[in-house]
Each structure stands twice: as C-alpha cells, then as structure tokens.
Design a protein around this ligand. Sequence first.
Ligand code: GLU
Length: 433
Amino acid sequence: MEYAPAVAKAVHPAPTLEWDTPLYQQAATQLDHALELAEVPDFVALRLRAPERAVILTLPIRMDDGRYELFPAYRVQHSSVLGPTKGGIRYDEAVDLGECAALAMWMTWKCALLKLPYGGAKGGVRCNARAMSVNELTRVTRRFTMELAPFIGPELDIPAPDMATNEQTMAWMMDTYSMQKGYAVPEIVTGKPVSIGGSLFRHEATGAGVVMVIERACSRLGWDLSEQSCVVQGFGNVGGIAATELHEKGARVVAVSDISGGVHAEAGLDIPTLHAYVAEHGSLEGYESGVERITNEVLLELPCDILVLAAREDQVTGENAGNLRCRLVAEGANGPTSNEGDRILAERGIPVLPDILTNAGGVTVSYFEWVQDLGRLFWDRDEIRRRLADKMSDAFDRVWNVSQDRGIALRDAALVAAIREVSGALEARGIYP
Ligand code: GLU
C-alpha cells in the first residue's frame, strides 16, 4: 500500500462547511493536534476531519394550547468505519448543527478508545424541554423518530439518551420505530426501560464509569480516594450518580450543583438526602438545610482535590481555568473544558481525565445493551458492572501508559489511541471506490 506522508491538514485542508461553529472548531483543533502525534496516513486524517452525514429537520409540533411550533432537529453521523454509528439525542436550547457535529466526532473517539464496534453520532432537538409537557415531548419524540427512520437502524445508527432525554424518550423512540416495522425492534435504541429490553446498570453506567476512572487515576497518583474532597458540577444522570458513588466510597463531596445553582458544605454533603429532595422537588432549588447556596461559577473555583465536570460543554475556559483550586479534573460531560482552558490547566500541572475516556461508561453499557438485545439473552447486574469495570480499566491503562511513555497530556493520549484504532480500520477498508 502506498501512503501520502502523515499529517494531512496542511496538504488537503478539509472544506469548511455549515457545522463549523466554535464547538466544532474545538473538536477539530483537538483532532489536528492529536494528528500531529498519531502518525496516520494523509487520507485518514482528511476523512476524519468532517462528519460523513448530517440530517437537518424541522419538526412541526402541535402544542397543548393548540398552537403549532416548528422545532429544528439534527442527527450527525461522524464515522461508520468501525460499525453502526452510536450516540445520544439531546433536547436543549443550544442544540445546533455544529454542536451535534462536534459531539458526534467525540463519540467516534470514545467508541474507538473503548474498542466498541461503533462510530460516533449525535442528534437533538432545539427546544426547552423543561417548559414542555409530557404530551408535547411525546409528539416531538415520535415525529423526530419517524422522520429519522430512513437514517437510523440497529445496523446503521443507534440513538441513546443525552441531555434532557431519558428512558421514557427511548421507549417512545423504540415504539415509533417498531410500529413502522410491524414488530418489536428493541435494538434500535439503548438506554431503554428494562421492561422493553433495556440493560440493567445502564442508568448508572456513565456516573459509575466516571468514578471507576477517578479511582484508577487516584491509585496511579498514589492518592487514597476516601481521603479526597470532591466538587461535582451537575446533579443529573451523570453528576448525581457520580456524587453517590464518590460518597459511597468514602470521599467527601463538598459541593454539587444543577441548573438552579449549587450547594456547599465543607464537612461534606449528605448525598442521599439531596437525591431525595430532587426526587420530590425536581431540582436543588430551595434546598437550604445545613448548606451554603452558591452559584455554578463559584462552585468551579472552590478548593478541593477532585473537580468533576458533569454538566455541559464549555465550563472551564480561558476565563476561569486560572482560578480553579482542584488537583485533578474529571470530565463527566462532553467537552466541558475549552482548548484554552486545557492549555492553562496543563501549564498549572492539573491533570484532566478526558471526556472520551471518563464518561465512556454510558456508551459501553449501551453496547452491552445492544449485544443483549441482538442475542435475546440478558445478563445480571454484577456481570454488567464487572464487564464495565474491565473495559474502563483497560482503556484507562492504555491512555495512562501512552501519556507517560510519550510525555503528552491524557487527552492527547486518549485521542491518539482512538484515532489509531479508527485509522487501522480505515486503512484496511480503504476509501470507496
Ligand atoms: N449520550 C451518551 C454519551 O455522550 C451515551 C451515548 C450512547 O449510549 O450511545 O456518551
């Protein structure tokens, strides 16, 4: 086989297309940087610089008051080299083509790093899900699934939950797709309720995976996790579970936050009580007992050992990275640290456990769910937890070792390992025709 020299970007710049927003540039800049270290062929670098396919829809939805609204919706598929594309569906006011494209690219790296037979995808609807009724959300989800039907499938592209979507959203998607087919197709989505083919431990998987990675990092750093103080930004499916796992392992969780702001108690928060409050009231809003109320901005700058970023993208930036007072950052969300933030943390010697490794527990158990659905054979919780722990430790060790051996940041090490995985497949398959 003949290859052009490694590192494509100067040789054949990928075209700038409609998804080229700041978040996409963040993902693309990380890729360019990692390509300088990954030594992959020119055509591989070029192919991976842009998503393979992007679907843009406008969903007309009848609201409960009788009005009709048009919601923009997207699905971006970054790479199908290793298998079907895989990734979440989010309902959020910031959803746009660039965000989906960036997140789809990160999903490709995440799946490749964990050695899952998938490429990356991401989609969503631009809407304020909190302000919508269950009936409105049902109609949005069913209409979206119907219009996406030609582009998704168990061998093609498999959606999952993401911000403001959950087991119920996946149940509606599974039902809509299955009704079109005429038979139940549980393997069309992951993160479903267990009653229709969902996997045990999928709900907890992302947050539990974050803590598995933190635990392993602590042991490499010679720290005892039960002696560390932790701040967790985000108290949803990722941050809420991570806070519980940290608390159960004896770490002191001194602050958590959600959309309503944060709560802080230096002696440590009672995490089960906070969960009970959120279950009753919908959020942390109004929780005052024995805590100091703080803003999300203040929360990020609290002194602590481990800062878990489990809210959303672009939280640690050039503006605030210099003010962080933690010793380790763990990215539970996708893209929570900007490239400038990353550079400042690196200069300050604060290691960052990167998103594509740290939050990969969710998609890993999604993979187990898909495998169980296809095989019509289901595993118990202990088996899933054990398999997840094996996968996370294997990926962590590979990333840590590349980082140590080559003297590069953990994020670069993770990206290099992932890119080389995809590159191996693309080199073997070649570019059609
Ligand atoms: N939305 C999750 C993520 O960002 C899970 C994706 C999946 O399970 O397919 O990793």
